[in-house]
Structures are given as structure tokens and as C-alpha cells.
Design a binder for this molecule. Structure first.
Ligand SMILES: Nc1ncnc2c1ncn2[C@@H]1O[C@H](COP(=O)(O)OP(=O)(O)O)[C@@H](O)[C@H]1O
Ligand SMILES: [Mg+2]
Ligand SMILES: [Zn+2]
Length: 264
């Protein structure tokens, strides 16, 4: 892990106030009519919402991953076309992060897609999420579309977490990253919940970043959802080549060379 990713890890796990007003306590102390008074900091409601989506964090493998960790070279991709696409993914991710405020005003997210697993889709969307936390102290939640829908289902008849509250949190969170869109089994409530969440997000200064193994128009949701996603995210085609496979092959080739020259 690089120094900057170490720093990032400690930063993102810290409870902090995004407005630098309450030291993360949720209460701000000020003078009202000559007396000390505690008032609720703006970050308090956000924190409460965020707590409802506690399960939605970047997976361990990509905690601390930044965009510069995502490589677009011939050590990772064999095909020229894949390298070109990886470069596009990387460049758009970098520009997106540096123009985040503008993208938020325009309510635009990104939609990375390619049918090949292991090609870096989860990696690039995680890196974007990490950098938005690092550079803007953004509130970022990350889940696969399937996990989010299952979490909502698990609140049915559960008195601790209210279904509406969880959906509301997903509607309002500043940055929602939905991995593996369209890969979960479609149940009767899938379209309703997804539409509800995305339709609310489209009308707020929030952004949604997606990954999927298919184009938006081929997503197995109803057309109203595909319409919303088309409106709220710029599609970017990711490489159709598995870096995971390429790296494993290189590792094995090296070991084999090693075994062949070793004595004993
Ligand atoms: N561009 C890349 N640079 C470096 N490592 C990569 C890249 N793309 C993928 N990997 C590696 O390959 C593995 C699979 O990537 P992942 O993002 O999970 O693929 P996908 O989500 O497309 O299935 C990851 O563990 C990551 O370490
Ligand atoms: Mg993935
Ligand atoms: Zn605060």
C-alpha cells in the first residue's frame, strides 16, 4: 500500500464534520443571546442517514485504492483496444473527480460497463469513491445493486430498521456507487425500489456511479429505470479483457521459469 492510500484509509474511517464546525459530534456550540448554546450541526442529519447505509462500504480489496493504482498498460491488458479503453476509463475517472462540484450540479454520474469479469470495473469505481472522500470529504456509499435491494428486503417486517428510512437514505446520500447493475435476480419489487431511489436522486444534487456487465439499454429492468440511468450517468465502455487472468498468468509464467532453473 502506498503512503497516500494509508493516509486515505485513516481519513475515511475517521468520524469528521464535512463542514469543519462540530468536530464530528453533530453539535455546534455558539453564543445565543450571550449564553452558550448547542445547536445541531448540518452534518447531523447526513450522519444519521449514513448510518442507515452502514453496510454499504467499499470492499476490503479496494479500501485505499486510488485512480493511479488503476493501470492502462500492456502489463495489465494484452489487446491494444483494451489499453485504449482502460486509458479512457482512467482519464474520465480523473477528470470526473477534479470536476466533481460541477458534475454534482449537473447531477451527472458515470456508468462503466463491459461483459468480461476481472477487467477493472469494481476497481475504478472504488477508486473514484475513495478520491471523492479524500478530496471533497464527500459522503460515499458503495454496494452492489443486489446487496442494496436485499438490504431493503431484509427490513420487511423488521422493527429495528424501517424500510422507508433505508430507501430514504439511498435516495439522499451524496454519492451512491452501485456495482454490478443488472446481475442480481429480478424479484417483483426490484423495479419499484430501484425506480424510487434513482428517480429521487435525479432531482437532487447527488450523483450515482454504476458498473455493469451490459449496456444501459440491455439492463434487465423496466424502461423507466433505463431512461433514468441514461439521464443521470455518462456511459463509458471498459475493456473486455480480464486483468485478473493476465496477472495470474504472468505470475505462473514467472514461477515456472523459476522452477525450471532451480537446482534440487
Ligand atoms: N486497470 C487495472 N490495473 C491494475 N489492476 C487491475 C486493473 N483492472 C483490474 N485489476 C485487478 O484485477 C482484479 C479484478 O478487477 P475488478 O475491478 O474486480 O474487475 P470487474 O469488477 O470488472 O470484474 C482486481 O483485483 C484488480 O486488482
Ligand atoms: Mg466487479
Ligand atoms: Zn458537523
Amino acid at each position: 500500500m502506498t503512503e497516500s492510500s494509508e493516509k486515505l484509509k485513516s481519513l475515511s474511517s475517521q468520524e469528521k464534520c464535512p463542514y469543519d464546525r462540530c468536530n464530528g459530534s453533530g453539535l455546534e456550540f455558539t453564543e445565543v443571546n450571550g449564553r452558550q448554546a448547542a445547536i445541531e450541526c448540518e452534518c447531523r442529519e447526513e450522519k444519521l442517514l449514513s448510518k442507515k447505509l452502514e453496510f454499504a462500504t467499499i470492499i476490503d480489496e479496494f479500501q485505499g485504492t486510488v485512480i493511479s493504482d488503476y493501470k492502462a498498460d500492456s502489463n495489465h491488458y494484452e489487446k491494444e483496444k483494451s489499453i485504449m479503453r482502460a486509458k479512457m476509463c482512467k482519464k474520465s475517472a480523473q477528470s470526473y473527480v477534479s470536476r466533481f462540484e460541477e458534475m454534482k450540479r449537473k447531477k451527472k454520474g458515470l456508468y462503466f460497463y463491459s461483459k468480461t469479469p476481472g477487467s477493472g470495473k469494481t476497481m475504478i469505481i472504488s477508486a473514484i469513491g475513495n478520491e471523492l472522500v479524500q478530496e471533497y470529504k464527500a459522503t460515499v456509499k458503495f454496494a452492489t445493486a443486489g446487496d442494496l435491494l436485499n438490504a431493503i428486503r431484509s427490513t420487511y417486517g423488521n422493527s429495528d430498521i424501517n424500510t422507508h428510512e433505508l430507501i430514504d437514505a439511498a435516495r439522499k446520500v451524496e454519492v451512491l456507487i452501485l456495482d454490478d447493475m443488472g446481475q442480481q435476480s429480478i424479484k417483483s419489487d426490484t423495479n419499484d425500489h430501484l425506480f424510487d431511489i434513482l428517480n429521487h436522486r435525479i432531482n437532487r444534487d447527488t450523483v450515482t456511479i454504476f458498473s455493469s456487465n451490459c449496456k444501459i439499454e440491455d439492463l434487465p429492468y423496466n424502461f423507466r429505470i433505463r431512461d433514468r440511468i441514461t439521464k443521470m450517468a455518462i456511459p463509458i465502455e471498459a475493456p473486455n479483457e480480464s486483468v485478473r487472468k493476465n496477472l495470474a498468468q504472468q505470475e505462473n509464467d514467472e514461477l515456472l521459469r523459476d522452477l525450471l532453473v532451480s537446482k534440487g
